[in-house]
Each structure stands twice: as structure tokens, then as C-alpha cells.
Design a protein around this ligand. Structure first.
Ligand code: F6P
Length: 566
């Protein structure tokens, strides 16, 4: 089935045996995968990051942002997406608003994430399926605005939430100009009906393609190659989203406030600077491997991994941690992020969310109060900071963590320090700030740590997430496809096994089989390990009870899969 899959869902030949690799080989595989982001069109006919059409569109979009920055009255630039795409939208809107504040300009950037702010730090995948919700949230965010440039981000060109927003923009061209950011060729956009809507992602995109000529809509969707872990768009998808948006917005700001016009050269040079950011980061492969090894060890023996960060690097820690649950079926305690200053530092739309539960306790004080007393030598703590930002606070925090255990002491003394070449300038204009380089670098590092650690824990089979949460239609379809691939059974049988695992029922009643996928995913939200369970059912033809007991006996998912397959 692979050829029919969009690029973002394919399995990457570079990582086919990542599940059997050592920490250092895992890091080298991730390096090779990330390197694919900057490859030229290899004759497959897909647009890539450096393709002329992509660069030209980025120039035009940056000019639209520039207009709003110069005349911000009644105007807004909205960035929106689901899961990681929404989290990156938040990060970028916050960073660019801060920059505007620093030069006493009106703040024009705003973000929307499917599921609201709670989805910034925890997994809420169901709202991704709601096209109408997307439209309503956009409408509310733009109340009273006369001019809106809307960036809808969906790495897989697939999220109904974003399709609903793009459709709304197309219906109101007097106010909205939609820009779609994704990483598949246009013809691979998802064409599945959306509940309660008359359009699909694909049909909305077709309408946008028609409007591109007249600059009433823009599509920036270069392919960046399949993800290292199939479908895990938090990785390359998230990084490439950061690159595209930061390049566009930086060029627009430079043009608006330093009279450095947006040109193709400026855009190309900024993207090249990101390429060298990736290279500089991975030149520390050995050190990164040490961190992956340590984090893997922690997860393998039921310890935890904590990211203690300052400023935007801490936000990247929070983002990385939140993605482990849907991707690897991890518990929220497994990988957690904390930020100095807590919600006051984040300045998110909905303010403090601490009342929502313990997983929303994200300040360093929360770490000191709730986690530090429980730390043992099984845990790994990473401190994320930049020299200029922290002024000794990090040292104090490291000391307190060190005092707690010998192992943590060892780890803290393992420092990964990256020195950066001077920022790229064009004339007198700085094209890419140091801060932007640090952020991408930190994202790559943390993705490597959390992905590598879960691979070492046995949460990946070949390069597939075998313990993925089945909490929206895209994830349901992905899980069913994976079952087909691994079991060799037909689609219908795989979906039935998945339903048995979700509903924990040997017999599928007509109530179950007549429900739609959306209903199945609501039930699946309260279940764990449905994919491994379904796979055992398919491979061994045993009862649900037996399958459950097999999983209990061998909690390492990869081992169960290997055993069943053999
Ligand atoms: O549905 C879960 C998920 O795959 C997240 O992991 C991802 O960040 C999000 O969907 C968004 O996907 P996309 O950017 O392709 O719409």
C-alpha cells in the first residue's frame, strides 16, 4: 500500500531497522532523515524546500505580512494547527509578538490550536476532526478585524479542523487571505469526507490552487521526505514548519522595519542558515547519543525524563514532552517539561491552566515541589538554557537536582554545549537570529532524546509507532493500515480487530459496527495499547483475554510483536 500513501505517511527506508539500533545509530539515522529536508528535487517531481516555486510563494507571502506590519490597524496574522502544528503556531506567534514589543510596535500575531490551550501541553487529538470547530475558533479570534492573513498548518494536508478554517477564509475573501503550510504534494491532500461539512481537505485545496494566480490564496507545501518514525509529523513536519514560518516572518519584519526588501535571495539565504543549524547540531552526535542512552535507560526501568528549561527552549521542552503520549502511548509522567516563570512566562491565550490537573503544573516551583522529592537514580533531568538568558539560576537548579542522586549528578555533569557562528546578515540586516538557531537546534535534540528513548524502550517496531493512540480518524486509519502491513490480513479484518481491542469485546455488536470512526476514537481515548492488542488478535487468532495476558507478561511492545510474528 505504500506507493498510494502521501509522503508524510510513508515509511522512511533510512530508518527501517531503527528499532534494533544503538543510541548512536539512532541519532545518525535521525540526522540523515533531517538532512532530507534540504535535499533538491530528486526527479520525483515534488516541490522541495529550495524549489523555485516554493521560494517565490514565500516571497509573496512575506510581502503580505510586511503590509500588515506596516499598517497593523484592524489587522491580524493568525497561525493555526492541530497537535504539534498548533504548538509551533503558539511558539512562533509568541516569539514574533515579543520581537514587536521590543521595538514598540503593535502586536499582530495570534495563534489557534485545536482543542484550545490545554492541547499546548497535553494530547487532545479529537478536535482535529472538527471542521466546524476550526471555523468557529477562527471567526472568534478575528472578530472585528478588517484584514487577516491566515496561516493554516497541516503537515499531512489532512486536518479537517484546518480545512474548515481555510474554507471559511475562501468564503470571506474581503477579509481573509489563506496560506496553507504543509509537506505533501497538493494531489496527495486527504480526500476523506469530513463529518458535518460539504468539503474535504482535497477539495478546499483545489479551490485554493485556482486562486493562487490572483494571490487570493497561497500554498507552501514542499515535500521533506518521510518521517523517521512513520507518520510522526512532530519531527520533520514540525521542524520544517518552524523553518518556513520563521523565514517568512523574519523577512517580513526586516522589510517593514529596516527597509530591507523581501527578495528570493533573502529567503534562500535564511533557509540555508537553517541547514547549517541542523549540521551544527548533529556535529554533536556523540553527546546527543549519551543523552538518548540515558533517557532510554530511564524509560526502560520506569523512570522519568524531565526537561527543565528557560524561555523559548523550555517551551520546546513542553512541546516535545506533550507529544510522547499520542505517539508512543506514553504516560504523562514519563516525559515532562517545566518552564521557569510558569504560565506568566508563556503568556498563552487562556492564562494559567494549573486547575486542569497535575499534568498542567509546569513551573520550576512545581518541579521542585512535586518531582524533586521523588527523583531517584532511575530518572533523567535535562536542563535547557542559553548562556545569556539564565544568569546563574541554572547552576543553582542543577545543584539542587545533583544533590538528589548520584546518577543525576553524573548526567548533569554531561554537558552538551553548542557554540554558534555569528548570525547571518544581509547588508546590515540580521536574517536569522541566534535565538531562532537555538530553538531549532533544541527541537532536534529533544526530538532525538524522546524518540530515541522510546525506541530503546521498545515502543517502535521497524519504524512504526506500534503503540500509537487511536484518538482521531487519521490515527484510526493509520493504525488500521499498520495492522494490515504487519499482519498481512485484509483491511476489514484489521479494522474488526481494532474495534475488538477498542471496545474490549469478543463480539462486535451491530451498535459498534454501525458507529462511525469518530465514535470509535472517543471510546479509544480511554483505552491503552489497542494497536498491540489488535495485532496479537490478528496474528495468533487467540481470545481477547489471552491477548491481554500476553501483553501483561511481556510489557515491551516490540518484543510482543516480534514474538507473535515469529
Ligand atoms: O493526530 C495527531 C497528530 O498526528 C499529531 O501528532 C500532529 O502533530 C497533528 O496530528 C497534526 O498533524 P498535521 O500537521 O498533519 O495536521
Amino acid at each position: 500500500y505504500e506507493p498510494s500513501l502521501p509522503v508524510s505517511e510513508k515509511s522512511n527506508p533510512l530508518t527501517g531497522d531503527i528499532d534494533r539500533a544503538s543510541a548512536s545509530t539512532i541519532v545518525r539515522m535521525l540526522q540523515a532523515c533531517d538532512g532530507q529536508m534540504f535535499e533538491e528535487d530528486a526527479g520525483v517531481g515534488y516541490q522541495r524546500l529550495f524549489s523555485k516555486e516554493v521560494v517565490e510563494t514565500m516571497v509573496e507571502v512575506a510581502k503580505k505580512v510586511e503590509l500588515i506590519l506596516k499598517d497593523p490597524q484592524d489587522s491580524l496574522v493568525v497561525l493555526s494547527g492541530c497537535g504539534t502544528s498548533g504548538r509551533i503556531a503558539f511558539l512562533i506567534a509568541s516569539c514574533f509578538n515579543k520581537r514587536l514589543k521590543d521595538i514598540s510596535q503593535s502586536l499582530v500575531f495570534s495563534y489557534i490550536i485545536a482543542g484550545g490551550d490545554r492541547a499546548l501541553f497535553s494530547s487532545h487529538e479529537a478536535p482535529e476532526d472538527d471542521g466546524r470547530l476550526g471555523m468557529l475558533m477562527l471567526k472568534e479570534a478575528c472578530e472585528g478585524k478588517k484584514r487577516v492573513l491566515f496561516f493554516g498548518i497541516s503537515c499531512g494536508l489532512s486536518a479537517p479542523f484546518v480545512a474548515g478554517q481555510l474554507d471559511f477564509c475562501l468564503q470571506h475573501p474581503e477579509v481573509y487571505i489563506p496560506v496553507l503550510i504543509g509537506f505533501n504534494p497538493a494531489h496527495q491532500a486527504r480526500n476523506e469526507p469530513i463529518a458535518g461539512c460539504t468539503f474535504t481537505f482535497h477539495s478546499v485545496m483545489q479551490r485554493m490552487l485556482e486562486l493562487e494566480q490572483s494571490q487570493k490564496a497561497f500554498i507552501v507545501s514542499p515535500a521533506v521526505g518521510p518521517e523517521a518514525i512513520s507518520g510522526s509529523s512532530r519531527m520533520k513536519g514540525g521542524s520544517a514548519t518552524m523553518i518556513l514560518l520563521e523565514v517568512i516572518l523574519s523577512a517580513a519584519q526586516a522589510a517593514a522595519f529596516t527597509r530591507a526588501p523581501v527578495t528570493e535571495k533573502v529567503i534562500l539565504q535564511s533557509m540555508l542558515a537553517y541547514k547549517s543549524t541542523v549540521d551544527v547540531t548533529y556535529s554533536h552526535t556523540e553527546r546527543i547519543s549519551t543523552l538518548v542512552e540515558a533517557a532510554g535507560k530511564s524509560l526502560r526501568c520506569s523512570g522519568r525524563v524531565c526537561y527543565l528549561g528557560w524561555g523559548s527552549l523550555a517551551v520546546l521542552g513542553l512541546i516535545d514532552a506533550s507529544e510522547c503520549n499520542p505517539t508512543f502511548g506514553a504516560d504523562y509522567e514519563d516525559v515532562r517539561g517545566f518552564i521557569a516563570g510558569g504560565y506568566a512566562e508563556l503568556n498563552n491565550n487562556e492564562g494559567p491552566l494549573t486547575s486542569l490537573g497535575p499534568d498542567f503544573s509546569i513551573s520550576h516551583e512545581d518541579f521542585l515541589r512535586l518531582i524533586l522529592p521523588l527523583l531517584t537514580d532511575r530518572d533523567t533531568v535535562l536542563l535547557l538554557f542559553t548562556r545569556s538568558e539564565v544568569l546563574g539560576e541554572d547552576v543553582q537548579m542543577a545543584r539542587r537536582v545533583r544533590q538528589k542522586s548520584v546518577f543525576v549528578q553524573n548526567l548533569c555533569s554531561s554537558t552538551l554545549q553548542i557554540s554558534w557562528p555569528s548570525p547571518l546578515t544581509e547588508g546590515s540586516v540580521q536574517m536569522l537570529s541566534l535565538c531562532q538557531q537555538w530553538e531549532l537546534s533544541t527541537k532536534l535534540l529533544l526530538n532525538a532524546v524522546s524518540t530515541g528513548a522510546h525506541v530503546l524502550k521498545g515502543k517502535v517496531y521497524q519504524n512504526h509507532m506500534v503503540d500509537v493512540q487511536v484518538t482521531n480518524t487519521k490515527l484510526f486509519r493509520r493504525a488500521a493500515r499498520l495492522l494490515q502491513k504487519l499482519s498481512g490480513h485484509p483491511k476489514l479484518q484489521c479494522e474488526e480487530a481494532l474495534l475488538k481491542a477498542i471496545y474490549q469485546s469478543e463480539q462486535l455488536t451491530s451498535d459498534i459496527t454501525s458507529s462511525d470512526v469518530g465514535t470509535h476514537t472517543l471510546v479509544a481515548k480511554h483505552r491503552t495499547r489497542v494497536v498491540p492488542l489488535a495485532l496479537i488478535l490478528l496474528l495468533t487468532n487467540c481470545s481477547l483475554k489471552e491477548a491481554e495476558s500476553r501483553l501483561q507478561q511481556q510489557p515491551i511492545v516490540r518484543e510482543v510483536v516480534v514474538l507473535c510474528l515469529s
